[in-house]
Design a protein around this ligand. Structure first.
Ligand SMILES: Nc1nc2c(ncn2[C@@H]2O[C@H](COP(=O)(O)OP(=O)(O)O)[C@@H](O)[C@H]2O)c(=O)[nH]1
Ligand SMILES: [Mg+2]
Length: 269
């Protein structure tokens, strides 16, 4: 069967691609891409930034294209219409691994709203070189901080954290719902092979983030968290998360995964 992960690979990270899913992020995107380009350039000579512009109605794509005209390592991949964060994640993953699906290529996903510091990518590379296949920038590690997060959002992430830990308990994982993560390209490729392009992420909305994690966890990757400082106070535009839909979809992801684990256990017996 395809979709197997080779855990015996060389752990060195040679190249990094940062994928930024963006929907109407004109207030943040230009500033963020320039800052991230500076950070990545200081980390590895081989780096790329891909902005997945998901049918934005503002000049998000135009700002990225202006930067790309002078920096060929930056590019925009555009959806003609808004297809949702889940579809944008898949587009970003496929574009990122197209030319380099190797284990030495780290693909990092991050919000495009200035709340996730690209400087944390240095720690993510270190964690990968220590052996991780999947690195989570976590809000729940010693050294993590959260600034400016509205109380209801704090409650939601706290609730999701405890429910995921009760129901699924992935070793080493405390933060199941943050979109700031690094994946070896080889893990993404194995995930796409195992679940298919339409099966790795089926949720169109924000629960896609949790779904991607639980699906990839089935391939047995080594997962490690690094702390980061969430600067929600710097967010220049309102959140695009639909609260009610995200809660419902997240519960579905948890239940589906529990069912899958139970069936797998039954088949083993
Ligand atoms: N491609 C794509 N990205 C989206 C969509 N909705 C939100 N995003 C991006 O997903 C990230 C998370 O959204 P954000 O508003 O920051 O959510 P929050 O940080 O959870 O409040 C940001 O980079 C958004 O631009 C969408 O429909 N498509
Ligand atoms: Mg955000």
């Amino acid at each position: 069967m395809g979709g197997e992960l080779n855990n015996q690979q060389d752990k060195h990270i040679e190249s990094v691609t940062l994928v930024l899913p963006a929907y109407n992020e004109s207030a943040a995107i230009g500033k963020l891409v320039n800052r991230a380009a500076g950070v990545l350039g200081g980390l590895r000579p081989e780096w790329h930034i891909i902005v997945v512009d998901d049918g934005s109605a503002d000049d998000t794509a135009a700002q990225v294209e202006a930067i790309a005209a002078r920096e060929p390592r930056v590019r925009a991949v555009k959806h003609g219409v808004n297809k949702g964060l889940g579809t944008a994640l898949v587009t970003g993953m496929m574009s990122a691994i197209e030319t380099d699906p190797s284990a030495q290529h780290l693909v990092v996903f991050m919000d495009a709203d200035l709340t996730h510091p690209p400087e944390t990518i240095a720690e993510m590379i270190k964690a990968a070189e220590d052996g991780a296949d999947l690195v989570i920038a976590s809000r729940f590690q010693p050294g993590s901080e959260q600034h400016g997060v509205p109380p209801f959002r704090m409650l939601m992430s706290w609730g999701a954290r405890h429910m995921f830990r009760q129901l699924l308990r992935l070793p080493g994982v405390h933060d199941y719902t943050c979109g700031f993560r690094g994946f070896r390209a080889s893990l993404i490729e194995a995930g796409l092979e195992r679940f298919g392009k339409h099966g790795l992420v089926t949720r169109k909305g924000f629960a896609c983030t949790d779904e991607l994690l639980v699906h990839l966890s089935m391939l047995g990757p080594k997962i490690q968290e690094v702390p980061f400082i969430l600067r929600y106070d710097l967010k220049p535009s309102p959140s695009k998360m639909k609260l009610g839909a995200t809660i419902m979809e997240t519960l579905k992801v948890m239940m589906e995964h529990r069912r899958r684990l139970r069936e797998a256990k039954k088949n083993d017996e």
